[in-house]
Design a protein around this ligand. Structure first.
Ligand code: NAG
Ligand code: NAG
Ligand code: NAG
Ligand code: NAG
Ligand code: NAG
Ligand code: NAG
Ligand code: NAG
Length: 575
């Protein structure tokens, strides 16, 4: 698909307007490491760099921006610092792909250049207008440090790669009037209402209340603030990167963001700046009042549902008309202090794009890696009907597992010995910290030890633990990286979520883990609970990384089937 534009990475520096000073009048919402921005890019430790997750060859990346599909090509833009491996100098970097797995880098699409974005080009979304015309709305920072919403359009719709984007001089299209200009950002993909007018929602806060302000427009140029926000929730703080989209009541097919119809459910997600995690609810869209109304099946705050219970933030979905699916992108950061990111030379990856649909229970969504990932599978290991006795483990041999895709199904024949569940355990992450992989249980902990050294001095446990509650069983899914590295990092917490399945009925549970040198991305029970972690082993690197199956519970379990594949490197942004 054309010649990869090698060498653009250095060219980027020339086009970028820098801003490193902290402003005095309006509060900045990011820490700026002026002293760590450097033109001299240090050597990257290639052994721990990810092989198949989306990443620029070097430097800092954060939020995915404006993912979209146009005439056979997928586009991903992302918040990128061309000058260093810490946040700063942010531009909209731009990559293209025909399969969302192999990526070619282009020049940045949007960078500070006009009064309405001279001090920043922050996150935003793409909307495909009737007649197949893409538009981007993004947050610009003006010279006074105010957050504004701007639009940009492709300069030439006949360029298959949409390399150049034009920012009309009538920007900003949404000025922060009646809102906090230091907390007003990340416009969503727009949708058409029944009156034929566009709607867009922008993240904000009013004192401690998280807000998604609603704006309407007939022409995408003149926007009017609605009297009521689309949604808000008390004590949740700043709402970053809101996302709002319809989901079909049944099946895996995705819907266009403007789709309407009886019985459609909606998903509303926000990234909470206070906790730095993404939360969502499932609900309905009250068109008469133009408001989102969450169902009462899960809390509408930071105890609610998460797309991913691990290192995953600022996520954004888009509708892929080519395969009629909704795709989720999300950013996973590193675990170092800023000084170490600079030495490493790169910081931040995107999780593997996932298709997302409404679970048949209508209480939550389900996610699964896009099928295109399977094209990277090579050598396979296969195990079936293998008993793992209480306190035992075995190694999966025959393939290299530092870059791998593992799918396994565990049979749990008896739940007799399940530990009893204490109703005060409402926080799964805390519970996993308390009952990590080394703490013996009744049914579980059982699962995988990934990125493990031969003698298991280093290992990251991905596991389930089953509890007996009053009149049901509770299943906990957990990532335990406490022993992932001989050199501890600043940010390697245990991550966990509950899995909403009736295990007494299914008697089995599946797990898929994508292992990628310093990433472990896991999907429990077919994608009902997902967890992503960054880990940095020192011994379990490359060919020295091992994979084990373990059972640290009293009850025996059985691996009914395990398939593991080596994953080869795709084209990754010219690296
Ligand atoms: C905007 O950026 C310029 C440098 O490009 C800087 O001098 C100025 O202080 C910045 N203003 C604000 C409000 O951030
Ligand atoms: C506006 O938002 C900024 C940034 O979060 C915050 O520091 C400030 O207190 C807010 N102002 C008001 C009036 O709430
Ligand atoms: C979150 O919301 C639930 C109800 O949906 C409530 O019971 C709980 O107290 C809230 N938690 C926090 C931390 O606000
Ligand atoms: C549940 O946990 C609480 C708090 O740790 C503790 O006080 C209580 O005794 C526990 N209940 C049972 C039945 O173990
Ligand atoms: C930073 O890197 C050094 C050298 O690898 C390491 O010793 C140190 O533990 C790291 N610090 C953190 C906080 O990760
Ligand atoms: C990269 O990682 C490998 C494996 O841990 C280590 O041996 C090597 O010293 C590292 N290289 C650099 C430049 O830090
Ligand atoms: C990722 O980095 C760690 C360590 O600096 C922070 O604690 C997290 O808050 C951060 N996550 C996000 C989404 O910024």
């Amino acid at each position: 698909m054309g010649t990869p534009t090698r060498g653009v990475w250095t060219a980027w520096i020339l086009v970028v307007v820098l801003f490193t000073a902290r402003n005095g009048t309006v509060d900045a919402s990011h820490v700026v490491y002026s002293h760590l921005q450097s033109l001299h890019v240090p050597v990257v430790n290639s052994s721990l760099k990810t092989g198949y997750h989306f990443q620029p060859p070097r430097n800092w990346m954060n939020d995915p921006n404006g993912p979209m599909y146009y005439n056979g090509i997928y586009h991903l833009f992302y918040q990128y610092n061309p000058k260093g491996a810490v946040w700063g100098n942010i531009v909209w970097a731009h990559s293209i792909s025909t399969d969302m797995i192999n990526w070619i880098p282009l020049e940045p699409a949007i960078y500070p250049s006009k009064p309405f974005d001279i001090n920043g080009t922050w996150s935003g979304s793409a909307t495909i207008h009737p007649g197949n015309k893409p538009a981007i709305m993004y947050t610009g920072i003006d010279g006074a440090g105010r957050q504004l919403q701007n639009v940009a359009f492709p300069k030439d719709l006949s360029d298959p790669y949409l390399r150049e984007w034009t920012k009309p001089d009538y920007n900003p299209v949404i000025f922060p009037s009646g809102v906090n200009a230091s907390a007003f950002r990340d416009p969503t993909t727009a949708w058409l209402g029944p009156d034929g007018h566009w709607r867009v929602t922008v993240g904000s806060k009013r004192s401690k209340r998280g807000m998604a302000y609603l704006y309407r427009s007939r022409d995408f140029v003149r926007w009017t603030k609605a009297k009521h926000p689309l949604h808000s929730s008390k004590d949740t703080g700043m709402w970053e990167c809101p996302d709002f989209f319809p989901v079909a009541p049944a099946g895996k097919l995705g819907l266009d963001t403007s789709a309407r119809g009886k019985g459609l459910k909606y998903v509303f997600k926000v990234s909470l700046d206070l906790t730095r995690f993404d939360y969502y609810t499932v609900g309905r869209y009250d068109l008469a009042r133009d408001r989102y109304v969450p169902d009462n099946t899960s809390p509408d705050n930071n105890t609610g549902l998460r797309f991913d219970y691990g290192n995953f933030y600022a996520s954004k979905t888009f509708f892929d008309p080519a395969k009629q699916r909704r795709i989720l992108w999300g950013w996973s950061n590193e675990s170092d202090i800023a000084q170490n990111e600079t030495t490493k030379g790169w910081a931040g990856i995107q999780a593997i794009p996932r298709i997302l649909w409404l679970d048949s229970n209508q209480r939550q969504v389900v996610q699964w890696p896009i099928e295109e990932l399977e094209s990277l599978r090579t050598k396979q290991a296969y195990i079936h009907d293998k008993l793992v006795k209480s306190g035992h483990y075995f190694e999966v041999k025959g393939i290299q597992t530092s870059q791998a895709d593992v799918e396994v199904t565990f049979d749990v024949s008896s739940l007799e010995k399940a530990e009893s569940f204490n109703h005060t355990w409402t926080d799964p992450q805390k519970l996993c910290g308390l009952k990590d992989a080394e703490v013996r249980g009744g049914v579980g902990p059982f699962g995988l030890l990934v990125l493990a050294s031969a003698k298991m001095e280093e290992k990251t446990a991905v596991f389930f633990r089953v509890f007996k509650a009053q009149n049901k069983h509770v299943v906990l899914m957990c990532h335990d990286p406490k022993r992932s590295s001989l050199v501890p990092r600043v940010y390697e917490p245990t991550f966990a979520g509950f899995v909403d399945i009736d295990i007494a009925n299914t008697k089995r549970i599946s797990l898929r883990s994508l292992i990628d040198n310093s990433v472990v991305e896991s999907f429990g029970a077919g994608g009902k609970t997902c967890i992503t972690s960054r880990v940095y082993p020192t011994l379990a690197v490359g060919p020295d990384a091992h994979l084990f199956v373990f059972n640290n519970g009293l009850e025996d379990i059985k691996v009914s089937e395990l398939k593991a594949w080596e994953i080869r490197r795709p084209l990754m942004n010219g690296d």
